[in-house]
Design a protein around this ligand. Sequence first.
Ligand code: ADP
Ligand code: MG
Length: 298
Amino acid sequence: MPSQLGKYTLIRTLGSGANSKVKLGLDKTTNRYFAVKILKKGNPNLDSKFLELVMTEVHTMSQLNHPNIVNLVEYGKDGVVEKSTGVKEPVIYIVLELATGGELFDYVATTGRFSEPIARFYFHQLIEGLEYVHNKGVVHRDLKPENVLYDQFFNLKIADFGFAAPLEGRDGSGYCKTKLGTESYMAPEIHMRKPYNGTSVDLFASAIILFITFTQHPPFTKAVPEDPFYKLLCANRPDLFWKAHSKNKPNGADFFSEEFKNLITVMLQFNPTQRISLAEVKAHPWYNGPVATIEDIQ
Ligand code: ADP
Ligand code: MG
């Protein structure tokens, strides 16, 4: 017997993060499915911190509504999950639009790497969603394949606004300061604990996501000058970076198109002032190449 949370029957686990479990929930009153993000309560010390974080996440999401983001449905601070055994558990919960496809990461891992037109199809949607979020004055700060979902119509959905912050920084300086996110997707300035521009770090992570969808592996382990791959970009030797990545690829040096190499190189620059802006990404020749249609993807 599945657990119950108010009007939602919690059918199965869709995914989990550091502090949460996300369940497939059926709203018994409408027969519609949602994703229900559940945070367990219980530790009074953690609870106040949790609540603050969840409220920030909910507040951010309540300002957003776009086809390329996971939209907020409702939330509750005092939910009770009732298990089939009769055990009751107090929880904080967030009800979200369901991204039926799951994580783009799993999709790439199981179906294989994307062709350029398919990678472009998803990248366009990632950039559209990101542009919307940035225009709303929000930066995401935890973009990674696990937080990029898709639905049954192959609409890409940016999820997990748990680390999102105001674009202008919490102190209005225009910069964020907290080191958070996920190590392998962090821009170098975050590793160096410098104040950073949120739009620039979101774009940096987007380039890594694009690279992964096209190759099934990340461009480097960590964006620090000691990393064997990233050091080549730090030293302004993109030629060596691409040579190293072309090794063992099916068609060697021709595996990556010149436009692709250029876009990734300019998005992953060590110095944030040398990276291209979102508008420049949209004007880039690779971005404007042929795009897969839904028929190509199905
Ligand atoms: P956390 O903040 O703990 O990382 P997320 O919001 O990223 O939690 O959710 C964890 C996982 O749950 C995601 O990586 C994804 O697999 C799944 N998930 C989250 N939201 C949805 C959704 N709206 N639809 C489908 N699956 C989801
Ligand atoms: Mg997450």
